[in-house]
Design a protein around this ligand. Structure first.
Ligand SMILES: [Zn+2]
Length: 238
């Protein structure tokens, strides 16, 4: 078995036997990795609470055929502010769930990894209303599945874009309209997120336009993944 070093974010964990856990991580160099943390559930564990979901860790792992084995883990960032705030925690779990769905096992995706760490750091610094929608839209763009925004996805008209339908691939003009109605302000905000204006978009205060973009981004991601986002639909208490 070979030993490797990497860094990663814990996406989720699952019990294994009496004392162990299978930890799913998004790593920088090895993509999504599933690794066994032995003895992690014992009080004397050398891992302590380091391998909890959300933790950003430096890792030393043995590469296995199917599952790797965590040899060492040091926390780089525990995102304490996020952990202490239920609303931020819910957002962080949505980001983790999206990455878990998009990332492929043992297939490095450094840009998705950097986006994940960037989103968690932004959430640690500030509870921006558009953080999760912006993350979803950027991740879709990275996947090559960003919605068409500049012209009608059906006829190519560049004016009077009033609706949004994902089955058509994006915005629609008044004559082709189907799906949901979309305001010019919401479209402008989506363009800003995807067009290099992320920082200013994240500074937007909550309001109807932000709500519109949130619904649109969530729906776009759910259509892309062909599943509902569990963390987004669950109440924080459940
Ligand atoms: Zn049209």
């Amino acid at each position: 078995m070979s030993l490797y070093r990497d860094e990663g974010v814990v996406l989720r964990t699952m019990r294994l036997g009496e004392a162990d856990r299978i930890v799913t991580l998004m790593t920088k160099g090895h993509g999504k990795v599933r690794a066994v943390a032995k003895g992690v559930r014992r009080t004397t564990s050398k891992f302590g609470g380091r391998l909890e979901p959300l933790s950003h860790v430096a890792l030393l792992c043995w590469q296995g055929r199917e599952l790797d084995i965590v040899n060492q883990a040091e926390v780089t960032d525990a995102f304490r502010t996020v952990r202490e705030d239920l609303a931020r925690m819910a957002k962080a779990f949505t980001v983790l769930e999206v990455v878990d769905q998009l990332a492929q096992e043992r297939h490095a995706n450094a840009r998705l990894y950097d986006m994940l760490v960037g989103a968690l750091r932004a959430l640690e610094a500030d509870d921006a209303p558009l953080l999760v929608p912006a993350f979803c839209l950027k991740a879709l763009a990275l996947e090559g599945s960003a919605p068409v925004l500049e012209e009608c996805a059906s006829c190519g008209a560049r004016r009077d874009l009033v609706a949004f339908d994902l089955l058509e691939g994006g915005v629609l003009c008044r004559s082709c309209r189907r799906g949901r109605a979309v305001s010019p302000a919401a479209l402008e905000l989506v363009r800003r997120i995807l067009g290099g204006g992320l920082a200013s978009a994240l500074a937007e205060p909550d309001g109807p336009v932000v709500g519109e973009v949130t619904e649109l981004a969530t729906e776009a991601m759910e259509v892309h993944l062909d599943r509902r986002l569990r963390s987004l639909r669950a109440s924080p208490a459940s």
